[in-house]
Design a protein around this ligand. Structure first.
Ligand code: AMP
Length: 397
């Protein structure tokens, strides 16, 4: 795979596929611009090198229909503020008017195309749609790691129609940090996995147990493991059909001498709500009718001891229902321990990213992935079509 700094982009029309899928409020204001900022190294580099910079993204799921609610107009304004430069917003991403505007671009000009998903061809990986996008550029740069696990015209089919293809700096960082965790980790390597369900992360757990030195399981999914060990877990979330798989993971851990940690205590309530009465109990004493919604202080102490000598920590999934204040302490306490550890710390996007930001500790984390789903699929070892397409393109044809 080639990277943007290995190719000549001066005076070239460079199409950069980004992920500006930012959250917005009812009035169309961007409420968090992290995803835009993540692409600034690539966009600024292309500007500095004198490219004509054409930025393309999706936003939400408009399913092939134009809609104000999914317009990238606000993203153009925010991008312009961040790069301190005019950004011309085009109200489509293909077609004559777009081609004309692009043909009038000068060196270091920046254009943001309208939502790629306003055309059905995008999500269908349609070669005809990809061909029309390709007509806009001389060079294609993929920087949108967060969608690289899904085939789209703008990240897969397009490489067949552009002579020079490369990855941007965000995609490069994502793959480099992933490699630091799963390719060639400095050990001990500790994985912390949480979240609601075992079934969502079984593939990830199967992969991790073959790689890590320690595996810590918290969150709702821990209760399936505890049940598999014979504990009474009250009304805690449990997937009965995952009990054998959970036992299988624990057997593999034992066979590989992986240190496997489950919570020893939890915060319980009769209902999952912010005003519920809560208690802390050991996992052996969960009262009938109550459910575990967070890890307790003894588990925090256990888990924090387990990560103390870690050289690499990989974390995905909260330790409890952290969106609700009474069940957030375990996750936030772990954020603090992970953030202050001396290890290389990698957070796998999604809810864990939210928790780290809410705790105000994001600056102390070595790397926070921008891809929730993509990160998990990469961890599972599933094919990543956009990355395979870039690799197959071989850079320049
Ligand atoms: P995931 O997307 O799989 O990482 O799951 C994240 C979700 O798991 C969050 O919305 C949490 O509220 C939820 N969760 C974490 N711990 C629990 C728990 N003990 N019981 C129920 N839901 C939980």
């Amino acid at each position: 795979m080639k990277y943007i700094d290995q190719i000549d982009i001066k005076d070239k029309r460079v199409f950069i596929r980004v992920d500006f899928n930012v959250p917005m409020d009812d009035k169309g204001n961007i409420t968090d611009d992290t995803r835009i900022k993540a692409h600034l190294p690539t966009i600024n580099y292309a500007i500095e090198k004198g490219a004509k910079v054409i930025v393309g993204s999706h936003l939400g799921r408009p399913k092939g229909k134009r809609s104000e609610a999914f317009s990238l107009k606000a993203a153009a304004k925010r991008l312009s503020e961040l790069i301190k430069k005019d950004v011309l917003f085009l109200d489509d991403c293909i077609g004559e008017a777009v081609e004309k505007a692009v043909s009038q671009m000068k060196t270091s000009d920046v254009v943001l195309l309208e939502n790629l998903r306003f055309h059905l061809g995008e999500e269908k990986n349609d070669p005809e749609f990809a061909k029309q996008l390709a007509r806009l550029c001389d060079v294609y740069v993929d920087d949108a790691f967060a969608v690289s696990h899904r085939k789209a015209a703008s990240n897969t089919a397009i490489v067949d129609f552009v002579d020079v293809c490369a990855a941007g700096f965000l995609l490069k960082d994502e793959l480099a940090y992933f490699d630091k965790a799963m390719g060639n980790p400095v050990r001990p390597l500790v994985a912390i996995i949480g979240g609601a369900k075992v079934s969502d992360k079984i593939g990830v757990l199967e992969k991790l147990v073959e790689k890590v030195d320690k595996l810590i399981v918290g969150g709702g999914m821990a209760f399936t493991f505890l049940k598999a060990l014979g504990y009474e877990i009250g009304n805690s979330i449990c997937e009965e059909n995952m009990l054998d798989l959970a036992r299988g993971i624990m057997d593999k851990a034992r066979a590989r001498d992986v240190k496997f940690y489950l919570p020893v205590d939890c915060v319980v309530a009769e209902k999952a709500s912010a005003d519920a009465e809560t208690k802390i109990c050991t996992v052996q004493e969960i009262p009938k009718g109550w459910m575990g919604l967070d890890i307790g202080p003894a588990s925090v102490s256990l888990f924090s001891s387990a990560i103390q000598n870690a050289k690499t920590i990989l974390w995905n999934g909260p330790m409890g229902m952290f969106e609700l204040d009474p069940f957030s302490r375990g996750t936030f306490a772990m954020v603090t321990y992970v953030a202050n550890s001396h290890a290389l710390t990698i957070i796998g996007g999604g809810d864990t990213d939210v928790a780290v930001h809410r705790a105000g500790e994001s600056d102390k984390i070595s790397y926070i992935s921008t891809g929730g789903g993509a990160f998990l699929e990469l961890l599972e070892g599933k094919p990543m079509p956009a990355i395979e397409a870039l690799e197959a393109s071989g850079g320049a044809k």
